[in-house]
Ligand binder design. Structure first.
Ligand SMILES: *Cc1c(COP(=O)(O)O)cnc(C)c1O
Length: 370
């Protein structure tokens, strides 16, 4: 027992964040007009090598905006992995459509391409692969299925800014890529998000819907019932400062991941997170599976004991199909064994933003309980 205090994550705001935010306040450009929004969209476009970037007020707003811009609506079905944060499915429901859940693959903990075909119906409109915990989905078969059935592909990249699938940044592999800049994501703007696309027609629709559906040439003339999903200049100011340091931050996350692997990889009963040879992962949170029959204690007990040691951890997401919000699901499915397994055994360990010392303390504490 000790008096450590190691939080799961904390945003790193040690660059120009304060300076740029002060600039917004001093110039009084604090809403969604002002130069930082354009600058942030420009930097993000460059980083992702994408044609168009439309920033939003959150990652959930980005997902909702993307689906709305693609025309997803009542009666439509959208394929979503059973293991993800609920916002992925909520965005579908807010369009009036139905999320249809698909089990994950054991190899990547993301949407299993082999299970997609059996869940496609005449109502299916889109697939949302989620690059969970910064590991890219196996996109080639997913892209092929989407093309074959004329389905839209919306990538949920909320946890995966900077990850690459066979050399291409995630977010640019489908029709729209959606990012989140919540405080615990790869980069943050406090709350915030973005839609990325290479289609000009989609860029225009995303911008129209983001801004109340008002015509660009004629103010207060509404072409569509849109939303107010704009990012503020204050948020974008933080985002610009974050992107200035993204290369170093991604390297730091990789080093933390490698250190965890080196120290925990050989402990019996612990499974390290996926790392396929074709994937360039970003280490969002370092998540291990605890096999209680081999490791000394089960996942929940490990979490409890680390908590007593001042080390914050987080269990993996619950399977969506079992949750009250998504109760309509369950028909025609063959079950979700992989999601159940990973969900019951997965525990995320802290991602300290600066020091490696904290990683070693966590590893010592885990090893002691093995
Ligand atoms: C964080 C997250 C979101 C939602 O982003 P917010 O910015 O919090 O609205 C959506 N999907 C996944 C997988 C996430 O992790």
């Amino acid at each position: 027992m000790s008096i450590r205090n190691i939080p799961l994550t904390r945003p790193n705001l040690m660059g120009n964040e304060r300076r740029y935010v002060t600039e917004c306040v001093e110039s009084s450009w604090i809403s969604s007009q002002g130069t930082f929004v354009q600058e942030f969209e420009g930097s993000l476009r460059e980083f992702l090598r994408a044609n168009y970037v439309v920033t939003t007020s959150s990652g959930t707003a980005a997902l909702h905006l993307a689906l709305a811009a693609l025309g997803v609506g009542p009666g439509d079905e959208v394929l979503v992995p059973d293991l993800t944060f609920g916002a992925t499915a909520n965005a579908v429901i807010h369009c009036g459509a139905t999320p249809v859940f698909i089990d994950i693959s054991a190899e990547t903990w993301t949407l299993d391409p082999k299970l997609i075909n059996e869940r496609i119906t005449s109502r299916t409109r889109a697939i949302i692969p989620v690059h969970l915990y910064g590991h890219p989905c196996d996109m080639t078969p997913i892209i092929d299925i989407a093309a074959q059935h004329r389905l839209f592909l919306v990538e949920d990249c909320a946890q995966a800014l900077g990850a690459e699938y066979q050399g291409t940044k995630v977010g640019t592999l489908g029709d729209v890529g959606c990012f989140s800049f919540f405080a615990n994501k790869i980069i943050t703007t406090g709350e915030g998000g973005a839609c990325i696309t290479n289609h000009h027609w989609l860029d225009s629709r995303l911008r129209l819907l983001r801004d109340h559906g008002m015509a660009k040439e004629k103010r207060y003339w509404h072409l569509r019932p849109g939303f107010n999903y704009r990012m503020t200049n204050l948020q974008a100011a933080i985002g610009v400062a974050q992107l200035e340091r993204i290369a170093a931050q991604l390297e730091h996350r990789t080093r933390v991941g490698n250190r965890y692997r080196a120290r925990l990889g050989s402990i019996p009963g612990l499974t390290m997170p996926p790392a396929m040879p074709w994937a360039k992962c970003v280490c969002w949170l370092f998540t291990v599976l605890v096999d209680s029959s081999v490791f000394g204690v089960d996942r929940d007990e490990l979490a409890r004991r680390l908590g007593c040691d001042g080390i914050e951890t987080r269990p993996i997401f619950y399977p969506l199909h079992r949750q009250p919000a998504y109760g309509q699901e369950g028909t025609g499915s063959t079950g979700y064994p992989q999601t159940e397994l990973v969900s019951a055994a997965g525990l995320s360990l802290p991602m300290p933003f600066a020091d490696h010392y904290a990683v070693d303390l966590v590893c010592d504490a885990v090893a002691e309980l093995a």
